[in-house]
Design a protein around this ligand. Structure first.
Ligand SMILES: Nc1ncnc2c1ncn2[C@@H]1O[C@H](COP(=O)(O)OP(=O)(O)O)[C@@H](O)[C@H]1O
Ligand SMILES: [Mg+2]
Length: 510
């Protein structure tokens, strides 16, 4: 029997980038085929081609052995291909059924949408695949994990046989990930096929039947998860040996550096984002803030770095009250910041690397000479930093905009780490980076801790928080619902806390 899907020689060029380079991929009926690759490897591009959003420069698509002309998502759906996007496309104030019906011609008499019939079909789909979705529930009342299932129902409603899931676990708690994997299993048991995209090694080993690794737009190989190891897959992904474990020295904690007391912060719309939290970070320790995205992380970091003024409470840095200080005052007291949005808050993209490396010190000696900047010193110092922080660039004159995400992040790290600091606030420091750059940034971060710097790590990557932190605080709806020891914390316990369940975890830790 012909495979359910075959991609042959798919090639896609963007200006200056060969995003897909003669990619071959075969998916069998009833399999979860993982597409594993670092950020920028070309995974989403390939899936956008399969879903008819992009047109390939070369190559062909075969569905059940027949050539399929997929020129738009409508063609893709006709061919039985559906895609769950990285960002959901649901209308919050609509019900499940209303969302499923959007854009669908499910009519009774001349253009009148038949809600009841549709709701019934949604219910049937939900039952058949154990999705546990109420057709009449409103999207706005559902946690992200359930919203994702509605996206899946939308595809099943349209009779998709090949489901593309682009990084579906990125927005889920560990428990929700487990649930999703169960659903994926049910789907393939019933004869569907899934293309599961991820950059997380553990996940592919857990749920895939087959793994295709792509790197720089090319297929590196296809392997069997039963026999593949994490290290092998990492090497395939990155193209060299990578160290997955983080070496962490024993901890020598010192005095309190950052002290946060009853802090309250509003979000841009004026609702409470941080709701009276207390914690401290000591010299020589990493305090990790874990939590699902959108639980107040952004506002917390902005208030600690002077970008947002709290409405109540206090923040103290090495004995100085900085509750109402501005970013420059806080920087001058020895606080460094790796911002969540590196392109917006961390860099001036149009400026050369050398200038980006002195963004918060240019007015000081030796860079400033009275009213003049000493470009010679700035360039020399930039060249040194480019070398020692392994920033891959043709020169220090290159604008920051033309570097990859990983190298942009290294500019920020180089700048923030090359002056004396007591406190480091790192927000999503490795988001979107490749495994190689992640390894590098983690090493540098722990080196700061070992030098006696206090480190506040805010990350929605639970693995990262668990690997690096000495203590872990879990942020849920603007409150810290628990602070646990980094060594003994389990993924299960943290996952429950991230979902706002604190009483059950007490049993776990007893
Ligand atoms: N619409 C686009 N225009 C230009 N370049 C793009 C576009 N989409 C993706 N790219 C580039 O193609 C490469 C592959 O990107 P992508 O497919 O998104 O990777 P992945 O999903 O594996 O992270 C990257 O270098 C990216 O910058
Ligand atoms: Mg992608």
């Amino acid at each position: 029997m012909a495979p359910v899907l075959e991609l042959r020689g798919i090639t896609k060029r963007f200006p200056g980038v060969l995003a897909n380079d003669h990619i071959n991929l075969t998916v069998e009926k009833g399999e979860i085929h993982a597409l594993l690759g670092e950020n920028g490897a070309g995974k989403t591009t390939l899936m956008n081609i399969l879903y008819g959003l992009y047109h390939p420069d070369e190559g062909e698509i075969l569905v059940n052995g027949n050539k399929a002309a997929i020129k738009s998502p409508i063609d893709a759906i006709k061919a039985g291909v559906g895609m769950v996007h990285q960002h959901f496309m649901l209308v919050p104030v609509f019900t499940v059924t209303e969302n499923v019906m959007l854009g669908e011609e499910f009519t009774k008499y001349g253009g009148v949408l038949d809600r009841n019939k549709a709701a019934q079909k949604v219910q049937e789909i939900s039952d058949k695949y154990n999705l546990n979705i109420d057709p009449n529930a409103f999207i706005k009342d559902m946690p992200v994990g359930l919203q994702q299932r509605v996206e899946i129902i939308k595809l099943l409603f349209r009779e998709a046989n090949i489901l593309i899931m682009d990084e579906p676990t990125a927005v889920l708690t560990p428990q929700e990930v487990t649930e999703l994997f169960k659903i994926m299993q049910t789907l393939i048991d019933q004869g569907k096929s899934i293309i599961f995209i991820t950059h997380k090694l553990g996940e592919v080993l857990e749920c895939a039947n087959k793994i295709t690794v792509i790197r720089s737009g090319k297929v590196v190989g296809t392997t069997d998860p039963k026999t593949a190891s994490m290290n092998e897959l990492a090497t395939m992904m990155v193209g060299r040996e990578v160290k997955l474990e983080v070496d962490k020295a024993d901890q020598k904690v010192g005095d309190i550096v950052l002290d946060v007391h009853d802090l309250k912060v509003l979000d841009p719309r004026g609702s409470i984002a941080i709701d009276g939290i207390n914690f401290e970070v000591r010299a020589g320790e990493v305090l990790g803030i874990a939590g699902v995205q959108g639980n107040g992380q952004t506002e917390l970091v902005r208030s600690l770095t002077g970008l947002l003024t709290p409405i109540d409470g206090s923040v103290t840095l090495s004995g100085h009250n900085i509750t109402h200080s501005n970013p420059r005052q806080i920087t001058e007291l020895g606080s460094a910041h790796i911002p969540e949005d590196r392109q917006k808050d961390g860099l001036v993209l149009s400026l050369p690397i050398s200038d980006n490396l002195v963004l918060n010190t240019y007015y000081l000696k030796p860079y400033s000479k009275g009213i003049w900047l000493d470009q010679k010193v700035i360039i020399e110092s930039g060249e040194k930093l480019v070398k020692s922080f392994d920033i891959r660039t043709p020169s220090v004159f290159t604008p920051a905009s033309s570097l990859s995400g990983g190298n942009q992040q290294k500019i920020i790290v180089a700048r923030e780490f090359s002056r004396p600091i007591k406190l480091l606030i790192a927000s999503q420091p490795t988001r979107g980076l490749d495994v190689g750059s992640i390894e590098y940034i983690h090493k540098r971060l722990l080196a700061k801790r070992d030098e006696g710097c206090a480190v506040l790590l805010v990350s929605t990557e639970l693995d990262e928080v668990m690997q690096l932190s000495d203590r872990i605080a879990v942020l849920y709806r603007g409150k810290i619902i628990a602070i646990v020891d980094g060594k003994s914390a389990s993924k299960e316990q943290l996952g429950l806390l991230m979902a706002g369940i604190s009483h059950e975890t007490e049993k776990l830790s007893n």
